[in-house]
Design a protein around this ligand. Structure first.
Ligand code: AMP
Length: 433
């Protein structure tokens, strides 16, 4: 299948070939003709599937079929959950529209609004926005959504996770009733299905990958390890595996900072990216990571959402997410655009419940193993949920079969410089989750 056969114009085909794409991805092949026909589309697609071009290319074509109006009202609104994703989509829109008379811009919070307002004043055909700044500028009269013809909700599941439902409803009240709607989501919870029913009109569903499954080419590994030893194990994996570009997920902003500092103190270049960082710091960290000056990017789920870092070889779940869908999002950062990648989870006893949730969502087990020298203490009892936050208790278990040597081995293995330490074959011992 070629891009030409999808009915795209010469100007777009030239831009596509400049990008170096030779053939459409699955989601592009499915979505582009439907969008060109003016249909509402409900797409199941993760980042990494080429979904951005899947909606941007046909939108550009539709807009360029009608000459721009004199005052250039906003004709397409693309709503995204995060600043980084907004910036990425905007960059794509610019690249794909390089041979067209289409104006676009991006607005998001955390940066000065004045330049955004003055660009909007000059008129844009396509606006890429995060919900907060969009509503803020709309309420100041800096933009109008009254002429929107196409509305795109990208990463709709994440927008709901981030609490944007009310904002989305407010936006819906500002756009014309008659419009084309495209909704993209990696996962489909009940809430997303309800939102889709409210927004979409007789939609056609398309799927890049089956619902709630992880990218096929991602090799998923889980290592059981005690919580206090995770950072040492990570340092060992990075150093011995000679990993060059790793995205590491933590659950909290504080945890991201702490881990990044520890990596730096072990001479591993690292930067943390999360919601408490300024937009400039986030952009700098991401640029450094893309250029290779930052080897390890430690991120929280929200900050990492939608980051486009092609061919990322390793993703590490330093802590498992408590929302199973986030696991799917996270590992979607590796094995991108058809390349294979490795998603590694460091799992401590506190997180076994999260593993069960993830396995339920995936519909298969997450096999786990242990790394010699970093075995999880079989006598460790995670704190009761209501006691979380207190110091974990370590109660000896009555009947710990065949594990008598483990505690001793653990005591002796607190060095991550043990060059003899090798990966063990998946442990035949009964899995503990
Ligand atoms: P996305 O899922 O939109 O974030 O795209 C993921 C990555 O795939 C981006 O780096 C795109 O530039 C790239 N990409 C998109 N479409 C294609 C294509 N047809 N062929 C090769 N790469 C593509």
């Amino acid at each position: 299948m070629s891009f030409k056969s999808l009915g795209l114009s010469d100007a777009l085909l030239r831009a596509i070939s400049k990008k170096g794409y030779t053939e459409p991805s699955t989601i592009q092949a499915k979505a582009i003709p439907l969008v060109l026909e003016g249909k509402d589309v409900l797409a199941s697609a993760q980042t990494g599937t080429g979904k951005t071009a899947g909606f941007t290319l046909p939108i550009l074509q539709l807009l360029s079929e009608h000459p721009p109006q004199r005052r250039r009202p906003i004709r397409t609104l693309i709503l995204t959950p995060t600043r980084e994703l907004a910036a990425q989509i905007y960059a794509n829109v610019q690249e794909y529209s390089m041979f067209l008379d289409i104006r676009s811009t991006v607005i998001f919070g955390g940066v000065n609004a004045r330049p955004q307002i003055s660009t909007l004043r000059n008129g844009v055909d396509i606006l890429v926005a995060t919900p907060g700044r969009l509503l803020d500028l709309q309420s100041q009269g800096a933009l109008s959504l009254a002429k929107v013809e196409i509305l795109v909700l990208d990463e709709a599941d994440r927008m709901l996770d981030m609490g944007f439902l009310r904002d989305i409803k407010r936006v819906l009240a500002l756009v014309p009733k008659k419009r084309q709607n495209l909704l993209f989501s990696a996962t489909f919870s009940k809430e997303i299905k309800t939102l889709a029913q409210t927004i979409l009109n007789n939609p056609v569903s398309v799927k890049a990958t089956p619902e709630n499954t992880t990218a096929e080419k991602v090799i998923q590994k889980a290592y059981r390890v005690d919580k206090p030893r995770k950072s040492d194990l990570l340092i060992k994996l990075i150093s011995e595996g000679d990993w060059s570009q790793v995205l590491v997920f933590t659950r909290t902003k504080h945890g991201a900072n702490r881990l990044s500092k520890k990596l730096i103190s072990n001479n591993i270049s690292s930067a943390a990216i999360h919601g408490n960082k300024t937009q400039n710091a986030r952009t700098k960290a991401l640029d450094g990571f893309k250029k290779g000056t930052v080897r390890i990017l430690v991120a929280t789920d929200i900050a990492a959402r939608g980051l486009d870092i092609p061919l990322l070889p390793h993703v590490v779940n330093y802590e498992l997410p408590n929302i199973p869908e986030d696991y799917v999002h996270r590992i979607g950062r590796t094995g991108r655009a058809g390349a294979s990648g490795e998603a590694i989870s460091l799992v401590s006893a506190e997180e076994y419940d999260y593993v069960r949730g993830i396995e339920k969502l995936l519909g298969h087990k997450l096999e786990s193993e242990e790394i010699e020298g970093f075995e999880a203490d079989p006598n460790y009892t995670p704190p009761e949920p209501e006691k979380r936050g207190q110091r974990p208790s370590r109660k000896p278990k009555q009947q710990s079969k065949g594990n008598s040597g483990n505690s001793q081995r653990n005591k002796n293995s607190n060095s991550n410089t043990d060059s003899s330490a090798k990966k063990k074959k998946p442990n035949s011992r009964r899995r503990r989750y």
